[in-house]
Design a binder for this molecule. Structure first.
Ligand code: Z5A
Length: 208
């Protein structure tokens, strides 16, 4: 049994994480590789309940630190119930968002010191790191235009453009110091162009 690999897709909303996570999982399965799909926050009973609270626009005034802790509570459940068991069984895991979302949104977006995120990362991840983080990068205007929501959107989608600019910058800074385990893909291009780059990056990791 081959070793499972852990691949994370990150990016601002509308960058295409959900679309491309499903694409990559399907492509790898076609190649005979077992894949488990995960998403954050969510993917477990606890995670989905927390997701409802975290995205609910009627939940107002949530302190940024509470938001960070809830994200890590959902992450802890996902690691225990989905991610670690899948990797231990030799499956690949394709995860739609992971800890870099907390650095980008809660730290850069909300202003929480990155040391707080780092401390939780150390405790909750206990040394586990993605083999590859793919940052789907696109201008905020492109991402938002793909998510035209007449109802005003969820608790995050109601944030200002400046908030998403900080989030995007936070991601790009993480990728700039992340070395070989990061791959930045220009997600403003066509679906086909993006997917060609994804196949190259993930195919190299899989030895395809
Ligand atoms: N959050 C956080 O703050 N801290 C954390 O630690 C974590 C999360 C883990 C929920 O995440 C919120 O949680 C999120 C951050 C926060 N809020 N925000 N913003 P989510 O991932 O569920 O929510 P999301 O980012 O808003 O997902 P999304 O809007 O669905 O974005 P996406 O998955 O990147 O996009 P998509 O659904 O794949 O694509 C959107 C549309 O664009 C769709 O119609 C596609 O067909 C289209 N699309 C995508 N790519 C293309 C290209 N290349 N060309 C043309 N059309 C395209």
């Amino acid at each position: 049994m081959g070793r499972g690999r852990f691949v994370v897709l990150e990016g601002i909303e509308g960058a295409g994480k959900s679309t491309h996570s499903a694409f990559l999982a399907g492509w790898l399965r076609e190649k005979g590789i077992a894949v488990v799909a995960a998403r954050e926050p969510g993917g477990t009973a606890l995670g989905e309940r927390l997701r409802e609270i975290l995205l609910d626009p009627e939940v107002t005034g949530m302190p940024p630190l509470a938001e960070l802790l809830l994200m890590f509570a959902a992450r802890s459940a996902s690691l225990n119930e989905v991610i670690r068991p899948a990797l231990e069984a030799g499956s690949w895991v394709i995860c739609d968002r992971f800890v870099d979302s907390s650095y980008a949104y809660q730290s850069r977006g909300r202003g929480i010191p990155p040391e707080y995120v780092q401390a939780l990362e150390q405790q909750v991840l206990d040394g586990l790191r993605p083999d590859l983080t793919i940052l789907l990068d696109a201008p905020v205007s492109v991402g938002l235009s793909r998510k035209d929501n007449p109802q005003g959107g969820d608790r995050f989608e109601r944030e200002s453009r400046e908030f998403f600019e900080r989030v995007r910058a936070g991601y790009l800074d993480r990728a700039a110091v992340g070395g070989d385990s990061y791959c930045v893909v220009d997600a403003s291009r066509s679906l086909e162009a993006v997917q060609t780059d994804l196949k190259d990056a993930v195919g190299e990791l899989a030895g395809l």
